[in-house]
Design a protein around this ligand. Structure first.
Ligand SMILES: [Zn+2]
Length: 271
């Protein structure tokens, strides 16, 4: 082959690399574009994982005053309608900001917006929870998920699906308190929490009253997770339709300055 031919081959090689370079650099672009543009066309599923707020939701035991709304203006009297409301920061579907438990520091308004978007990792423990209300998801259960779907990527949001959402809003069934007042519902184990923290996830969530299991007395998961700067989503509405892998979450908490947490809208999108 003469020098000219070699040059031609070299040029063709460069052109080929240039053609495929964008695909190599942005392999997810088309997929993500489809996911977002598919929302308006209906190709992408959108599920709201938040309960509507009223005064009849299941409060933490001992919380008596939970929510109040007052009408300030009516169309009849004022020509427009407004209300004012009061509520606990930890009531209904809500977010626990890191500052909620030591050694966490970040308040709800300070959580970086980037941390509020991420792939959903769903750990489905409905069968285990039905057998044992005190079930704590072991780290091995997280590893089992990874064997099926690959290593949990940084920035993921890990949701625990216990099936307890089906008991909402029946306080008795949802809290499942015994004669001593101790609650019984599944939760994350401290070991699973440690593994998820090491995977650098953005947050964890559950369809129960607490990320710790109901009978917990030391709130080990709260201390670990919030202490590591992650957030927790509690009392998520029924998300049985969300796939174990492949969905994307949008977490939109109230931007309450200095707040320990607050009401949150959580949306799952997937195709
Ligand atoms: Zn909370």
């Amino acid at each position: 082959m003469n020098g000219f031919g070699r040059l031609g081959l070299f040029a063709m090689g460069i052109v080929t690399i240039m053609m495929f370079l964008p695909m190599a650099l942005f392999p997810q672009k088309t997929e993500r574009d489809n996911l977002l543009s598919g929302i308006s066309s209906g190709k992408t599923r959108v599920l709201d994982l938040s309960y509507a707020i009223n005064d009849k939701l299941v409060p933490w035991p001992g919380d008596e005053r939970v929510f109040e709304a007052k009408i300030n203006a009516t169309v009849e009297k004022n020509g427009y309608f407004t209300r004012s409301f009061w509520m606990l920061e930890h009531y209904g579907t809500h977010l626990d900001a890191p500052v909620h438990f030591p050694p966490g520091k970040t308040t709800v308004d300070q959580i970086p917006a980037k941390q509020l978007f991420g792939p959903a990792v769903v750990l489905d423990v409905r069968a285990e929870g039905a057998k044992d209300a005190d079930y704590r998801v072991p780290a091995a259960r997280v590893e089992e998920w990874e064997k099926k779907h690959g290593k949990i990527s940084e920035g993921s949001i890990v949701l625990l699906r216990t099936g307890w959402a089906s008991r909402w809003p029946d306080a008795q069934k949802y809290r499942d308190q015994d004669a001593q007042g101790k609650m019984h519902f599944p939760g994350f184990s401290a070991e699973a929490a440690k593994l998820l923290i090491s995977r650098k996830v953005s947050g964890i969530g559950c369809d129960t009253l607490s990320a710790d299991y109901g009978a917990s007395e030391d709130f080990a998961v709260h201390h670990l997770v919030l202490g590591a700067g992650l957030y927790q989503l509690e009392n998520l509405a029924d998300f049985r339709e969300v796939p174990e892998a492949g969905a994307f979450l949008v977490v939109a908490p109230i931007k309450l300055e200095g707040g320990s947490g607050g009401a949150v809208r959580v949306f799952a999108i997937w195709q």
